[in-house]
Design a protein around this ligand. Structure first.
Ligand code: ZN
Length: 277
């Protein structure tokens, strides 16, 4: 395996996910790292958590490309007395750099929102907002109901919540991965029948309902996590001599309670404990 300069990887990522696409409040680019370091192993993830941090140490990762920025807020001290400080110390002591494309990745030409538009089979896709964020487009296939769109999303991203009438015809769809419920008014203004978001606040859901805009809410994690695999493949294609893979340890922190699977496992336990007849 050939190692390459961290600087070359950063230059490539900065070109693909330019800072001008990122929101003004965001913190994107190389956030931890020595530009002169060499990189042989890259891991992509949605968020750097203690589990992801340990995985990167175990797999001898040189660079984590984390969708969500780490660190995000300005910090005044880096000590082992905070979770954030401990993770930063651990990453730095193992020479692990961190790059975050965040909202530039959401809005990029092949970014998270564009990939969601492809999953939903949209044509005439354009950014929803003037600063290139979000997407809006028309379903290639006409006559789909909200239930049909929910089925597509459930198949690709997992179970989701929704707002609206299940039999509502859906032709025009707006998209905003992650926490983007501030897109509701613009989506409605541009004639969307439904807006796919990662998550939305209760009062934002009521606002959407009052505008007769349906919402599809697969969860923040599900709306973005799938794109970390695509991101790893893209980096691996650009730098074929090094290793690049998505994190295997990260999971959605929000679990869905499934009564049927609990019943099934209880039944299995009962069957195991009951004497054979
Ligand atoms: Zn996010």
């Amino acid at each position: 395996m050939n190692r390459i300069d961290l600087k070359s990887v950063v230059t490539y990522l900065d070109t693909e996910y330019p800072v001008m696409l990122a929101e003004s409040w965001d913190n994107v680019g190389l956030l931890v790292g020595d530009f002169s370091a060499a990189v042989g192993v890259i891991m992509t993830c949605l968020t750097i958590t203690p589990e992801v941090c340990e995985e990167s140490v175990a797999k001898k990762v040189d660079l984590i490309v984390s969708h969500h920025p780490f660190p995000f807020q300005a910090i005044k001290r880096i000590t082992s007395q905070t979770v954030e400080g401990s993770m930063l110390l651990r990453l730095i002591s193992h020479g692990i750099a961190v790059y975050s494309p965040h909202t530039a990745h959401d809005s990029a030409k092949d970014g998270v929102n564009q990939q969601l538009a492809a999953i939903l089979e949209l044509s005439d896709v354009t950014p929803l907002n003037a600063n290139n964020s979000g997407r809006i487009g028309n379903r290639k296939q006409s006559g789909t109901l909200l239930s049909g769109v929910l089925q597509i999303i459930e198949r690709r991203l997992g179970a989701c919540s929704y707002v609206g009438e299940i039999n509502k015809p859906i032709n025009r769809i707006a998209i905003g991965c992650g926490s983007a419920d501030d897109f509701i008014d613009e989506a409605s203004k541009q004639g969307a029948d439904v807006l796919l978001l990662g998550e939305a606040r209760f009062h934002a859901c009521l606002r959407a309902q009052s505008l007769q805009l349906a919402l599809i809410l697969p969860g923040h994690f599900a709306s973005e996590h799938f794109a970390m695999k695509t991101l790893a493949q893209k980096i691996a294609t650009q730098f074929p001599t090094i290793s690049c893979f998505p994190s295997e340890s990260e999971q959605d922190v929000i679990k869905r309670y499934d009564n049927t699977s609990e019943m099934t496992s209880k039944k299995c336990e009962q069957l195991k404990s009951s004497p054979p007849c």
